[in-house]
Design a protein around this ligand. Structure first.
Ligand SMILES: [Zn+2]
Length: 204
């Protein structure tokens, strides 16, 4: 199912592994490419991400709670007190998801459909509950972040440099994040992971 293409900026041969991929960063020239059914266009250049110690890397294979995956890409967000990385995974059944890595804390995250209204960002207060579907979501954090850069291929329509607003909360042992930008609100549902829930295969 992989697709081949030539980088429209430098001509390098590139491969897209997942049908869900919408953004690809050329590993040769750093061009950030918007992937559409109708073609590929250059949306900018991604900054090279400084490496911090992590078990994850692009191309690495591993398992999370026994389920096999391959790491296809990464996006890094900056906020007022630092940064966090989100690793884009393709599972062996071709489903895709993310593992967020924030100072060593890992969360397995899937994009979900937001099927009910939520209060406006300005009205959501940290340390309070908001009505959330059939339950109540406890809000633990809200803030603004921007995409510092990306690597590999990801399923995300936020180009590098773009600002987002996010709200984090939890309900019934699950973590929820609302990401708000000009395109609307996207809901991500997550499950905190213990260190040993993830294994990475040796590539050598
Ligand atoms: Zn290129």
């Amino acid at each position: 199912m992989a697709r081949q293409l030539a980088c429209p900026s430098c001509g390098a041969p590139l491969t897209i592994e997942s049908a869900f991929t919408t953004l690809l960063v050329c590993s040769y020239c750093g061009a950030s490419l918007n992937i559409r059914d109708t073609g590929v266009d250059i949306t900018g250049k991604s900054a090279k991400l400084a490496d911090y110690p992590s078990r994850f890397s692009i191309g690495a294979a591993g398992k999370v709670k026994g389920r096999g995956f391959q790491v296809l890409g990464r996006v890094r967000y900056n906020n007022y007190d630092g940064f966090w990385d989100e690793w884009f995974l393709e599972f062996s059944d071709h489903q895709v998801g993310w593992i967020t890595e924030d100072e060593g804390d890992l969360t397995l995250v899937f994009k979900s459909k937001l099927t009910f209204p939520v209060p406006p960002y300005e009205q959501m207060r940290v340390s309070t509950f908001i009505p959330f579907g059939n339950g109540r979501l406890f809000l633990s954090e809200k803030g603004e972040a921007s995409v510092a850069g990306a690597q590999g291929e990801i399923s995300l329509n936020i180009p590098p440099g773009k600002a987002i607003r996010y709200v984090d909360g939890n309900m019934a042992n699950k973590a929820f994040r609302l990401v708000i930008d000009d395109n609307g609100i996207v809901l991500y549902t997550g499950e905190p992971l213990e260190f040993n829930d993830v294994t990475i295969a040796n590539s050598e």
